[in-house]
Design a protein. Structure first.
Length: 120
């Protein structure tokens, strides 16, 4: 079952210089299954926070390779950066495709190359 978990906002569109309109972000059963299969520990720890990560990220980014829109939340207590990546389907639906803890190295690359923009 698909459910709306957030939206691609005007603010994110502006920060990432995207050529699109606001739209809902959907989470489907197959997306949850992917997160559990590929990033089980991260999903168990942060899966309950997906809506909050999208609503209130520390950074937003556009993935330079896959073009997905990425919501990155810094958890200061665990010193982890959690990413929720959303990507358009062939039918034009924006799905939250994955969730995982990104490495410090990858976070620094995103910031240094300008892929990630401070949201807060």
């Amino acid at each position: 079952m698909n459910k709306k978990i957030g939206k691609l906002s005007k603010r994110v569109i502006r920060l990432l210089n995207l050529d699109c309109e606001e739209m809902p972000i959907i989470l489907g059963d197959s997306n949850v299954q992917h997160m559990k299969n590929k990033h089980y520990g991260d999903y168990i720890k942060y899966g309950k926070d997906i809506k909050e990560i999208i609503k209130n990220p520390t950074y937003v980014a556009k993935n330079p390779n896959q073009g997905s829109i990425e919501y990155i939340k810094e958890y200061k207590t665990s010193n982890e950066f959690v990413i929720v990546a959303a990507r358009l389907s062939n039918k034009g639906v924006l799905f939250a495709k994955t969730l995982f803890v990104m490495t410090e190295r990858k976070k620094n690359i995103y910031l240094n190359k300008g892929y990630a923009k401070k949201y807060k």
